[in-house]
Design a protein around this ligand. Structure first.
Ligand SMILES: C[S@@+](CC[C@H](N)C(=O)[O-])C[C@H]1O[C@@H](n2cnc3c(N)ncnc32)[C@H](O)[C@@H]1O
Length: 353
């Protein structure tokens, strides 16, 4: 405890006042703000004159007050340095995923016996994280789901993730999801036009479908996934985001659906199954309208294969399937492993008469 200068303001204006004071580095962050009877007393670094308060548009009274020390959350590197050697520190992955209140690490073999302590360090230092997971097996199988172990925290692996004004409920141990496609989702959503019919063939829990629908009230989206858990979350996320009138979910194989419900209806086809999307080009041809449409094709490019070379083979396959194509754009979306990249091709596809 120590007597320091502070300012008393009404609680309603507290957030605003704090923003203004923090922007000018006037708040003493080592002390705890006091709250009493609808007023806040904010500890300051120095005395502030009445004129200064007037200039800052702050209504408050400068006082001398006893404040308690604020308990500061240790930074991640502080927490890790306490438990790891310098060599172990150098093995900590530079990136990790945060999905809602779940933090996902992928620790190297050499840190296996330190993994619980590392998980606790992440939990202690990261704000708003409830549980820390270690990815033990890469994405695999038709559903593209990985395996995870709990390193620290509790409450299960289901979480709520927010992106571009939408909310997504998901359980990473049962479905595919990555926050690393956020920019690509915003990009595709910005391309959709009113009246368009969009087919999201490998929709997962619905991030592309729902963000597009939310940003474009005039579109109709058909979303399908073969994983029953992903479908269950897709249905729930459609409801949570109030886009039931615009997004129709399907549980099943995109190939079968392209023969029935999705046949010849799409202006825009999303094919985010980079592992094997090229085996579904026939599905794109069947789903696209007779007048043509745009296919957003996701693929992986391994070391030594250029984007031009890849596109040439995609174009050839479309030709064999009886479709004309025109490449609109292409981009490297992210690195998924050393020298392995996730690419996106936007391709105009038109079935030949
Ligand atoms: C890479 S994930 C993409 C999910 C989603 N688009 C996203 O961005 O989060 C691919 C999804 O395709 C689904 N899938 C795989 N084969 C399928 C098929 N033949 N028909 C429909 N969905 C399929 C998987 O279950 C998985 O959820």
């Amino acid at each position: 405890m120590g007597v320091k200068v502070g300012i008393v303001v009404r609680e309603q204006s507290g957030e605003n006042t704090l923003r203004v004071l923090r922007a000018r580095s006037l708040v003493d962050r080592t002390l705890r703000i006091k709250r009493k009877n609808g007023f806040l007393t904010i500890p300051l670094n120095r005395e502030v004159s009445t004129e200064e308060l007037k200039d800052l548009n702050i209504e408050g009274e400068v006082v001398l007050e006893e404040f308690e020390e604020a308990t500061r959350r240790p930074s991640l590197s502080e927490s890790l340095r306490k438990i790891l050697t310098v060599e172990e520190m150098s093995l900590i992955p530079r990136s990790y995923d945060i999905i809602g209140d779940v933090c996902i690490l992928q620790l190297p073999e050499k840190l296996q016996d330190r993994r619980r302590a590392i998980g606790e360090a992440f939990l202690k230092s990261m704000k708003n994280i409830r549980i820390v997971l270690n990815k033990t097996e890469p994405l695999s199988g038709e559903y593209r789901v990985g395996e995870y172990e709990v390193l620290a925290g509790e409450g299960g692996t289901e979480t709520i993730y927010r992106e571009h004004g939408c909310v997504f409920k998901l359980d990473i141990s049962k479905v595919f999801f990555t926050p690393r496609l956020s920019a690509e989702r915003a990009r595709v959503a910005s391309l959709a036009k009113p009246g368009e019919v969009i087919c999201d063939l490998f929709a997962g829990i619905g991030p592309f479908s729902i963000i597009i629908a939310k940003k474009n009230p005039g579109v109709k989206v058909y979303s399908c996934d073969i994983n029953p858990s992903a479908y269950r979350y897709l249905v729930e996320n459609i409801r949570l985001n109030k886009v039931e009138d615009r997004v129709k979910p399907y549980l099943g194989d995109a190939r079968e659906l392209s023969e029935r419900d999705l046949k010849g209806i799409g202006d825009r086809i999303i094919m985010n199954l980079p592992m094997s999307s090229e085996f579904y080009l026939d599905v794109a041809c069947k789903t696209v309208k007779d007048s043509g449409g745009v296919v957003h094709l996701h693929v992986f490019l391994e070391k030594g294969v250029g984007a031009d070379e890849k596109y040439a083979s995609i174009e050839e396959s479309f030709k064999d399937l009886g479709c004309e194509t025109r490449l609109l754009s292409s981009r490297r979306i992210r690195e998924v492993a050393p020298f392995k990249y996730h690419w996106g091709f936007d391709i105009e596809v038109k079935p030949k008469k």
